[in-house]
Design a binder for this molecule. Structure first.
Ligand code: AMP
Length: 219
């Protein structure tokens, strides 16, 4: 099974992508996670890309394609994978097509999680993270027991740089400009599955499973 997960920032893509990868027993390959690991490890690549992540801008295609295509060559990806957050531009989608073709492989489906801008801004502006242990919260959806403090370690919760309102606006603008056109790109290839991303994470997960399960049955 080879799947791509798309959706605007804040659509809950990461959470859903992990659940789907588990259900079909395929590795969850997130370009954002790859980049954050490089930054945390202070590698050369990490130093090169930190600024893009901090401002919500896209990492250049060449760097991104190399990092993701490399990851897809690992042993654990030979039986399939789920791509989360890649491709995000048309050149990236074309590069993925070429990499697949070179291996005589095909995508099974592209899941597009559709969520309105208003819902996204509300979801993202409420996110909080613990700078010490990394636990994540949401002021409305997953509030800490004591306001502003981590349940696990008591540290003062912070807003991640890329969840700040100005960065959220920048990321949404980038999504509309660079990534939303990929919806048509995959629709034209008959690969697109549109899933309503509103409601609770459980509701959204059920919708995705239903659509993907019937996709798998239909071959
Ligand atoms: P994410 O965790 O998917 O929201 O990604 C976090 C950040 O990593 C994005 O805001 C971009 O700066 C960068 N990034 C992740 N995936 C890509 C991609 N496919 N192309 C360019 N930049 C990316």
């Amino acid at each position: 099974m080879r799947l791509v997960f798309m959706g605007p920032p804040g659509a809950g893509k990461g959470t859903q992508a992990k659940a789907v990868a588990k259900r079909y027993d395929i590795p969850h390959v997130s370009s954002g996670d790859i980049f954050r690991a490089e930054i945390a490890g202070e590698t050369d690549l990490g130093k090169q890309i930190k600024q893009y992540l901090d401002t919500g801008a896209l990492v250049p295609d060449e760097i991104t394609v190399r990092a993701v295509v490399d990851r897809l060559q690992a042993d654990d990806c030979q039986g399939g994978w789920l791509l989360d957050g890649f491709p995000r531009t048309e050149p990236q989608a074309r590069a993925l097509d070429e990499a697949l073709e070179a291996n005589n492989e095909q995508l099974n489906a592209v899941v597009n999680l559709a969520v309105g801008a208003e819902v996204i801004v509300r979801r993202m502006s409420g996110r909080r993270v613990c700078p010490t242990c990394g636990r994540t919260y949401h002021v409305e959806r997953i509030p800490p027991k004591v306001e502003g403090k981590c349940d696990a370690c008591g540290a003062e919760l912070i807003i991640r740089d890329d969840d700040k309102p100005e960065t959220v606006r920048q990321r949404l603008g980038t999504y509309e400009r660079a990534t939303a056109p990929l919806i048509d790109y995959y629709d034209q290839r008959g690969l697109l599955l549109r899933v309503d991303g509103s409601g609770t994470p459980d509701e959204v997960r059920r919708r995705i499973f239903e659509q993907l399960d019937s996709e798998v049955q239909d071959g």
